[in-house]
Design a protein around this ligand. Structure first.
Ligand SMILES: [Zn+2]
Length: 262
C-alpha cells in the first residue's frame, strides 16, 4: 500500500477531487489529511473514507479544551492521529503545559506528527511563526516521558539534521520526509542521513501538499512531483532494496494507521 502521510487541506470543493485524481495518477492508495478546521477534515473523510485518513490539528496550549477536542475527533469523527505545529502555536514541544495532550494521545494509542524544521513566514504576521519552537531536540523529553507514544518529526527536521539524528536512537521517534520550505537540493542528503540514523522502518513518505494558501489548485501537483522525486531518489539514486522502499512509501504508515487501513 502506498500512503502519502502529509497533506494539508483547507477546504473540500475544488481541492478534494484534484487531490484524489493526482493520487490515482501515480498510484497512491491513501492520504493523511489535516486542517486547522477539523470540520473540513471530517467533511473530506465522510466523502472519501476509502482514500483518506484524518488527523486532528489543534492548539495544545488550550489545556482541557484541546484534550476534549482530540477525544471528539478520535472518538466521534474517526480521526486516527494528531498533528501539532509548535511554531504555529508558539510552544516548545517539551513544555509541560502541553503534556496533557500527549497523555491523551498515548491513552488513545494514536501517533503524533510534529512540524519540525524551517517554517513558513506569514507576510501579514512575520513574527507569528518562529523556527525556534520547531527544533527536533525538544522531542527528546517527550519521547522519554511518553515511551508508548509514537512521535513523527515532519520534514525530518530540515535543516536540523544533527538534532534529528541525536534523537534517532529513541525507538518511538519516527521521521517523515515531506517537502520542506528549503530547496529540494537538501533532499538527497536528508534522506541518506535519515536512512543511516533511523533505518527504513521509521521513515515515512509524505508530500506536504496543500501548504500554499493562495493557490490550492496549483499546489495539488505536489502529490505527483514529490512522489516521483522520492521514488526516483530511493530506487535509482540511492538504490535501496525493494522491501525498504515499500516500507517507506506506505508500509510503515499503514502500521501506524491500523485503525483506518485495516
Ligand atoms: Zn506540512
Amino acid at each position: 500500500m502506498i500512503i502519502d502521510f502529509h497533506v494539508h487541506i483547507s477546504h473540500v470543493d475544488d481541492y478534494l477531487d484534484p487531490l484524489i485524481k493526482n493520487m490515482d495518477l501515480v498510484g497512491i492508495d491513501r492520504a493523511v489529511i489535516f486542517s486547522r478546521n477539523s470540520d473540513v477534515t471530517a467533511e473530506a473523510l465522510e466523502m472519501r473514507p476509502e482514500r483518506l485518513s484524518g488527523f486532528s490539528f489543534l492548539n495544545p496550549t488550550k489545556g482541557e479544551r484541546a484534550v476534549e477536542e482530540l477525544e471528539r475527533d478520535i472518538g466521534e469523527r474517526g480521526f486516527c492521529g494528531l498533528k501539532l505545529g509548535p511554531s504555529v502555536d508558539s510552544f516548545y514541544p517539551n513544555d509541560e503545559k502541553v503534556y496533557p495532550i500527549y497523555a491523551k494521545a498515548q491513552d488513545l494509542q494514536i501517533p503524533v506528527l510534529f512540524h519540525t524544521g524551517t517554517v513558513y513566514r506569514d507576510p501579514k504576521n512575520p513574527g507569528k511563526t518562529k523556527v525556534k519552537y520547531s527544533q527536533p531536540i525538544y522531542l527528546d523529553d517527550v519521547a522519554r516521558d511518553f515511551p508508548e507514544l509514537i512521535l513523527i518529526a515532519a520534514h525530518s527536521g530540515r535543516p536540523f539534521l544533527e538534532q534529528m539524528i541525536a534523537v534517532s536512537h529513541l525507538p518511538n521517534v519516527y521521521v517523515d520526509i515531506a517537502w520542506s520550505q528549503l530547496p529540494l537540493d537538501f533532499y538527497e542528503e536528508t534522506v541518506r542521513k535519515m536512512l543511516l540514523a533511523f533505518g527504513p522502518d521509521r521513515i515515512i513518505y509524505g508530500s506536504d501538499t496543500g501548504t500554499r494558501h493562495d493557490s490550492y489548485g496549483a499546489d495539488v501537483d505536489r502529490v505527483i512531483k514529490m512522489f516521483k522525486e522520492t521514488t526516483n531518489l530511493l530506487n535509482n539514486v540511492i538504490g535501496l532494496d525493494h522491501n525498504s522502499v515499500a516500507k517507506i512509501m506506505g508500509g510503515n504508515a499503514s502500521r501506524l494507521l491500523k485503525k483506518t487501513t485495516g
